[in-house]
Design a protein around this ligand. Structure first.
Ligand code: UDP
Length: 331
């Protein structure tokens, strides 16, 4: 019998890509999503779908009473760092309290294997050029704080209840599945690559460059863009590992290569053949100059190999999605 995996937030950007990879690998998959930010259309038809809010403890309880799972992968969360600074209560409730309900329901049913969607935002301003998992944890926004708090809860639940978990700290998830059928669609969209491509498509007049006076070669921020399908393959490897050895761990997931905002825009100009006008704007609050992963541990321990290494190949795959779905899942 194939193992049955519950994916919360499986109608979201990263979750929907992971669901496809899990199905491809032969797992049975159920998706739980409240569709506040997720898209029903992004869920692969072979997966079971349940529209439940993790804050609805009664509904969650009856769901767990009537289904059984081998493991849970938890993506459901709010993700915008800027918004988190204005809405810490909502972020705490969704990213911590709702996850807490989920863990408790799992334990009530003896499910002790968990994969957690964490973030490089737990590190805050980097003190090293390339960030390893033992870099200091000092988030600079409430989004990162809620993710770190939840990682700490996982440690407590491991010590006291024997819950095994893997926390995956992503850098800048980007790109889209080669099928062209799913991709990034956030409302409001705040991420660089989709905004640049929306400008290429003509939906926006220009792209803002948030700050050109950073201490970087071209003055713009450097980030580590990692393809969403490379993230997805790492999730499946992490899942396999924690299912088999029941050992908790934490891994960075990034490309290990940084690209500046200007380099991303240049790559998009090459890929799309469009002009893509820019405007220089003020720095965005809470943006470190450089964030680049050292993902050696994921490669060594999980045997993970990212396939998309160049910014051009990542932007190309995102362009496929944005060009044919300029309005995202509404098209
Ligand atoms: N950025 C930008 N203009 C935009 C959106 C983002 O210059 O319209 C910059 C942002 O300041 C950061 C980088 O692009 O340096 C990546 O931002 P994004 O929001 O995609 O991801 P983050 O690094 O915040 O997770």
């Amino acid at each position: 019998m194939p193992q049955h995996i519950l994916v919360t937030g499986g109608a979201g950007y990263i979750g929907s890509h992971v669901v496809r990879t899990l199905l491809h690998e032969g797992y049975t998959v159920s998706v739980l999503d409240n569709l506040i930010n997720g898209h029903r259309k992004s869920v692969a038809s072979a997966a079971g779908f349940y529209q439940i809010d993790l804050g609805d403890v009664k509904a969650l309880r009856s769901f767990f009473d009537t289904h059984s799972f081998d493991a849970v992968m938890h993506f459901a969360a709010f993700i915008e760092a800027g918004i988190s600074m204005r809405k810490p209560a909502e972020f705490f409730e969704n990213n911590c309290v709702n996850g807490f309900h989920l863990l408790n329901e799992m334990l009530r049913h003896g499910i002790k294997t968990f994969v957690f969607s964490s973030t490089a935002a737990v590190y805050g301003d980097p003190v090293d050029d390339r960030i390893t998992e033992d870099h200091r944890l000092k988030p600079v926004n409430h989004y990162g704080r809620t993710k770190l708090m939840f990682e700490q809860l996982l440690n407590m639940y491991e010590q006291s209840y024997g819950l095994s978990s893997v926390a995956l700290r992503y850098f800048n998830a980007s790109g889209a599945d080669d099928s062209g059928g799913i991709g990034e669609d956030h409302a409001p969209e705040t991420h660089l690559i989709p905004l640049v491509l929306q400008t290429a498509v003509g939906l926006r007049e220009y792209i803002n460059i948030f700050g050109t006076n950073y201490d970087t070669p071209d003055g713009t921020c450097i980030r580590d863009y990692i393809h969403v399908n490379d993230l997805a393959s790492a999730h499946v490897l992490a899942l396999k590992k924690v299912l088999s050895d029941q050992t908790s761990d934490v891994f960075n997931l990034g490309n290990g290569k940084g690209f500046s905002v200007k380099e991303v825009i240049e790559a998009a100009r090459t890929v799309t053949g469009k002009k893509i006008p820019v405007k220089i704007a003020a720095r965005r609050e809470g943006d470190p100059a450089v964030l680049v992963a050292d993902s050696t541990k994921a490669k060594r321990v999980l045997g993970w190999k990212p396939n998309y290494r160049s910014i051009q190949s990542i932007v190309e795959s995102a362009w496929k999605w944005h060009e044919s779905n300029p309005h995202g899942f509404q098209d």
